[in-house]
Design a protein around this ligand. Structure first.
Ligand code: NAD
Length: 494
């Protein structure tokens, strides 16, 4: 079925077929153009995000612009290595041959972005897709309209217009887009829409990465040398972007003794962060839409007891930094990802109960442990499953781009950042180039008919996996000499 995107998709496919994106210099040139887009338009980007989310300039520069600039630099520094063929260990019968992995671009990629970090979660996949040599359709979120508009108006001035397109639209437009055939889909967003995207991708057998959300638990015990330092890290990660961060700690699991000390410490830290009235702080964001505000308001009014905060103002979409005690696992706030500045505290007996609590729920995007007890850390590492684990800090794991970033189970499929972005957007093509070594041909000739049990036995013995005692390069020379001798003998007796 033809859609309003079909013609543009056809011409973009032609651009890919022309081979222009296979050229590494072209890719580098596009990445540098994207870098210039971010540098040239820094103040416009800061204003757009401020309008969309009241995002403080500090957060935009740190977690959006600078994040992407570093991402581009990482790809530029490493692209020559990433695109090169990777040699692999050989078997005995292919010792003189040339097997390798050649990364190749998928072709036409669709990137669907979310609104909470609208620069980072939209451009970071784009950076990976460009580095890997694809042509790309980018669909930013309609819930961050100023950022989407900025992309639409300015990115075409920087990027190649044959290969890269920004398409604006809402859920209905995205649904239409998804009926088209892409070669790869990269989606960031909710689990609900992730399922829709995955089903659409399956119609065309299109591979997809799903960067989803969910409830990321945080366990804290009383072994920290400085509890205040621990809570400062936690509250920063929870309150940045007014809690609308996919890797924000969603809820706290701790013992009663830890909970008892929390109120004075958290009150002090939040005052240091946002002053007496967080509503007046330029460093505290707002909820993205009325719908999300109403959702959070309902969660707040039906769960636990606010021991800090709990103030709301619809006209400003403001929810103050809030901590909830007496939260029951059955409360509404524990049934969905919070995605707001509300932190429920659940009291558990010990680490075993905390792990049990985590394991009874969907696999989280990330899991936080605040403890200096090695046996506690090891227990979480061994007995739980999550996209990532960060011990004694929160969100900082994202700054290490040598770690893959992604979920598992309900929190997502696939991963990216750094080298993993390049790999995500590349098909790892297996290649074997064989030679005509006469000795190896003689060795492998058992595969040819007429078949016999004896031939099969010898062939299977030859193919059996075994630990190599002789290094591969020495083996290569042995086979080369044997090949030479075989050839000589063959010529002698012919
Ligand atoms: P969302 O799922 O509502 O929207 C994401 C995108 O999907 C948008 O571009 C939107 O236009 C599109 N969309 C919405 N409804 C659709 C439909 N019915 N059919 C097709 N497309 C549709 O998510 P959101 O509210 O933008 O983002 C918040 C969610 O994203 C949270 O769950 C958060 O945890 C998650 N998130 C995850 C990451 C990550 O890297 N894992 C990063 C940021 C946000």
């Amino acid at each position: 079925m033809k859609t309003k995107y079909s013609d543009l998709i056809a011409t973009t496919r032609q651009a890919f077929a022309s081979g222009v994106t296979r050229d590494i210099e072209f890719r580098k040139c596009q990445l540098k153009a994207l870098y210039r887009f971010l540098v040239d338009n820094e103040s416009l980007i800061v204003s757009a995000l401020n309008e969309d989310l009241r995002k403080p300039s500090f957060e935009t520069r740190m977690a959006e612009i600078d994040f992407c600039l570093n991402d581009i630099l990482g790809q530029l520094f490493n692209i020559d290595k990433y695109v090169s063929r990777k040699t692999v260990p050989k078997t005995l019968v292919t010792i003189a041959d040339n097997p390798f992995i050649l990364p190749e671009p998928y072709g036409l990629v669709l990137i669907i972005g979310a609104w909470n970090y609208p620069i980072q979660v939209t451009l970071s996949p784009l950076i990976g897709a460009i580095a890997a040599g694809n042509v790309v359709f980018v669909k930013p979120s309609e819930l961050s309209p100023m950022t989407a508009k900025l992309f639409h108006e300015l990115l075409p001035k920087y990027l190649d217009n044959r290969c890269f397109h920004i398409v604006l639209g809402d859920a209905e437009d995205t649904k239409q887009l998804l009926t088209e055939q892409f070669d790869y889909i990269f989606f960031t967003g909710s689990n609900r829409v992730g399922r829709i995207v995955h089903q659409s991708a399956a119609q065309h057998l299109t591979p997809a990465t799903l960067e989803l959300g969910g409830k990321s638990p945080l366990y804290i015990d009383d072994s920290l040398p400085d509890m205040e330092m621990g809570w400062r890290r936690i509250l920063w990660a929870k309150m940045i972007n007014a809690g609308q961060t996919c890797v924000a700690p969603d809820y706290i699991l701790c013992t009663a003794s830890v909970q008892k000390t929390l109120i004075p410490i958290a009150t002090k830290i939040l005052k240091q962060f946002f002053g007496d009235n967080p509503k007046e702080s330029p460093d505290f964001g707002r909820i993205v839409s009325d719908r999300h505000f109403e959702r959070l308001e309902k969660l707040l009014s039906t769960s636990g007891k606010a021991v800090i905060g709990g103030d709301i103002d619809l006209t400003d979409r403001y929810i103050s930094p809030t901590i909830l005690f007496d939260v029951e696992p059955t409360d509404s706030i524990m049934q969905e990802e919070i995605f707001g500045p509300i932190l429920p505290v659940i009291v558990v007996k010990d680490v075993t109960e905390a792990i049990d609590f985590v394991n009874k729920r969907e696999k989280p995007l990330t899991l936080y442990i605040f403890s200096t007890q090695q046996q506690v850390i090891d227990k979480f590492l061994k007995e739980t499953s999550s996209g990532s684990i960060c011990v004694n800090d929160a969100m900082i794991q994202l700054t290490i781009d040598s770690l893959p970033f992604g979920g598992v189970g309900n929190s997502g499929i696939g991963a990216y950042h750094g080298m993993y972005s390049f790999e995500t957007f590349s098909h790892q093509k297996s290649v074997l180039i064989r030679g005509f070594n006469p000795f190896l041909e003689w060795v492998g000739s058992k595969r040819y008919p007429p078949y016999s049990d004896n031939r099969l036995k010898r062939l299977l013995r030859l193919l059996r996996k075994r630990r190599s005692i002789i290094p591969e390069n020495i083996m290569y020379y042995i086979v080369f000499i044997l090949g030479f001798i075989t050839c000589f003998l063959y010529n002698q007796f012919e």
